[in-house]
Design a protein around this ligand. Sequence first.
Ligand code: GCU
Length: 682
Amino acid sequence: IAQKDYKLWLQFDRITDTRLASEYRSRLQGIVSFGNSETSKIATKELETGIFNMLENKPDVLSEIKGENKIIIGSRAVLNSEIQKSISSDFDKINEEGFIIKTILFKNKKHILITGKKEVGVLYGVYNFLRLLQTNKSIQDLNIADSPKTNIRILNHWDNLDRTVERGYAGFSLWNWQKLPDFIDQRYIDYARANASVGINGTVLTNVNANALILTPQYLEKVEALANVFRPYGIKVYLTARFSAPIEIGGLKTADPKDADVSNWWKNKAAEIYKRIPDFGGFLVKANSEGQPGPQNYGRDHVDGANMLADAVVPFGGVIMWRAFVYSEHDANDRAKQAYAEFQPYDGKFRDNVIVQVKNGAIDFQPREPFHPLFGAMPRTPLMMEFQITQEYLGFSTHLVYLPKLYQEILESDTYQKGKGTTVAKVIDGSLTKTKLTGIAGVSNIGNDLNWTGHPFAQANWYGFGRLAWNPNLDSETIADEWLRCTFSNQENFIKPVKEMMIQSREAVVNYMTPYGLHHIMDTGHHYGPGPWVSNLSRPEWNPVYYHKADKNGIGFDRSKKGTNATAQYAPEIEKIFDNLETCPEKDLLWFHHVSWDYKLKNGQTLWNGMALKYQEGVNQVKDMQNIWNKTEKYVDADRFREVQMLLEIQYKEAKWWRDACLLYFQQFSGKELPKGVEKPI
Ligand code: GCU
């Protein structure tokens, strides 16, 4: 079990289609590897072992091109001049991290060339080439030029130094601080491989809520060791910077960003880090959010704080990722409005090396949220996306939920901030505002579980995150297809139904947890299971009742003009749509409106009946997922088959739990019977 699960999407199973395997063999008669760097050695080795495992023939590794049908790999600078010349215009199609995979003629003989402007591009090219084989694509006449559309494609580990992981459901942290720096766990290398294979190029090692210890020399030595492992895979290390670190570990009396001692302390700290890690990425900061320290403790603002840190890292090329996840109990009228209200006025005020990191929605990683109104609303500020890969509000690592579907829904959303077609993806990839700094972060779902992510299908969320960070315009269904082929099997009878299962899993979880725009009704603290009745927490906006506002007249949060007017934070075209009960998409209905139980939905049902039917539909969808999975036994190894089967059984039980708990609770307000078709609670 450890072996199959552990290998993620890098299974490189033997290709069973004999015709295809022999075609591949004839085209892949050896590897010619130019270049001597660590990265190029890794690229060669990946190619060699990947081909060996898939085709069971070990390709020779050569240092010059002889004969035909070789795979030639090397970055532009190390290619021989003849090849360089013949493809020089292809390099115009890619950026610094991009790659080219192309069938070329060299001395009238056909070969496959994998190249890039930099070594890391070659490595990305190799993984992409291997994926062509893994997914059984033709390699007859290749001509691929591809580049990442964002600069920072980064995992955020919410890992603490004691190896617990905040909102982590896959065991403990990968980082074994106690044994570092001298002991390099093979896991670190395999982690780097997996990330590089999908183009992830950064990792924040520590929790956004972490203390300042990570910035002490004792820990920086360990961070340095990890950075050394990740570097040849094109992965930069970043750390969280606790704003009060100058006090906690620096012995200063204040952390005021306008205090000269404070800014000097950070400058020195940055210099100390860069001395060890010359390509250190920079800092991720959670400030003045959920009780964390920040510039406001000193009467300063987010701009003061972010710019002070930005000045400390700018001499070394570092960036500051400053989070916009802020809300306060002092303005509890509508939590969804606070980040926009606070950050939008700062547009254009941050240093060039600051990027503001915004969660996909305005509350907190719910099964469904409309896109965050900040996207598109700060045209003079680089904004990066923060998705959550770990399933804090989506059934932990117990429920099968394919998240790229959620990511895609957000990325495709049209902000209308510069007219029709101003999608969130265009804000994120910089094509809209021409910002140079772009990025996507994913709160990692990885731990030291044998299978990395707890649920075998949660691996797809890590994979899919990486693919969408590379190109936010990719289709989540295509990504699921790729992942299944690389992870399990190429058999169509497996792929088709299981892909369908993945695709519908996202809508299923919305239906059995929070249909029609309901949100944040999970049980409190841990956020697992239903808790719409919770109302006794000290901060109003922590209580589920704050979000659903059910009463005898109806249910939902009125964020329209008649309510908190949160709709006004969107561009006028979108505001109009959301604000009007008739035009508001029904999937977001109760996010924006308080609606009567008798309100007629588009399908003719009353809201109460429609809601009850959605809860039931969610349960039915999980049943469908089980039925699909149960038919896959012959395509999947016994261990993974059984594991997923057990997890789906729990998911089914818990979908019913959600349905029954929510409907029984809301029924006290609606006072109505359950409609036909909804199973009676047990
Ligand atoms: C959520 C989550 C916290 C986390 C916070 C954040 O509220 O529950 O554990 O710290 O998000 O993103 O900062």
